[in-house]
Design a protein around this ligand. Structure first.
Ligand code: ADE
Length: 242
């Protein structure tokens, strides 16, 4: 997958996008991440990327031109839609990002993220180029850069070969609509606290059942709304009847 990011702060991506699992995915060739400096697409000598809003008001608005220039270079024209390519704008008005969306985006071959700053981006960019608008939550960030990194971090886990253990993205919280069961590691007793007996049993079926029950308990305790409208599978009904 090729990821392009249009931003006025390309340096923000340097460390986070070259460390750990994301960095390794890039090294393995599963992913390329290319930030583009919007100032490189300005035509005036001050390399101006923002201006005052029409109608007045506080703050600055990001100009349409640098986005148009960069997007034209990357894609050709707004009419040249390509299967597998998405142009995404980060904005608090977008649809809230979810695990399901991360999984869907991981199937794309190319994503172009548009990062706004200040009071946002000239509306004509959204009208002309944007396929999708995404928010990472109901709060206002200083720009779309951190939101872009959050999305990349979540989607990279779904790229085949990115995680050491192929199963783990599927087994995680939310993939089956439940929070994750508690985890323990050695020693079995620490400061008087012991690891639950089923986990020490070595009995796979017993461990699986204990984990499934704990996942339901946790979800009920911390995020009961995730269980609303959910019906128990026959297997889970048997588990709870035991
Ligand atoms: N830009 C500013 N706030 C944002 C948010 N919550 N999500 C995505 N992009 C943003």
């Amino acid at each position: 997958m090729n990821i392009h990011i249009l931003t006025i702060f390309p340096e923000m991506f340097q460390g986070p996008m070259s460390s750990s699992i994301i960095g390794r995915a890039c090294q393995k060739g599963l992913l390329s991440i290319e930030p583009h400096n919007l100032r490189d697409y300005t035509k005036d000598k001050h390399r101006q990327v923002d201006d005052t809003p029409y109608g007045g008001g506080a703050g600055m608005v990001m100009k349409a031109e640098p986005f148009f220039e960069a997007l034209t270079e990357l894609t050709g024209s707004p009419k040249q839609k390509k299967v597998g390519r998405k142009i995404i704008m980060l904005t608090p008005q977008g649809a809230t990002f979810t695990q399901k969306k991360a999984q869907e985006l991981a199937t794309m071959s190319e994503i172009i993220f548009l990062c706004g700053r200040y009071e946002g981006i000239d509306e004509r960019v959204r009208q002309t180029w944007v396929d999708e608008e995404i928010s990472i939550g109901d709060y206002i960030l200083t720009g779309g850069e951190l939101a872009t990194m959050v999305i990349i971090d979540a989607l990279v886990r779904f790229l085949p070969g990115a995680l050491g253990d192929e199963m783990s993205a599927q087994e995680e919280s939310f993939s089956d609509g439940l929070l994750e069961y508690p985890q323990y590691t050695k020693p079995a007793t620490w400061q008087g606290m012991t690891v639950p007996a089923p986990l020490l049993s070595g009995h796979h079926e017993q461990i699986r059942k204990w984990r499934r029950k704990e996942a339901f308990k946790r979800t009920y305790q911390f995020r009961p709304e995730l269980l609303r409208g959910r019906s128990l599978s026959i297997e889970d009904q048997i588990l709870f009847a035991e």
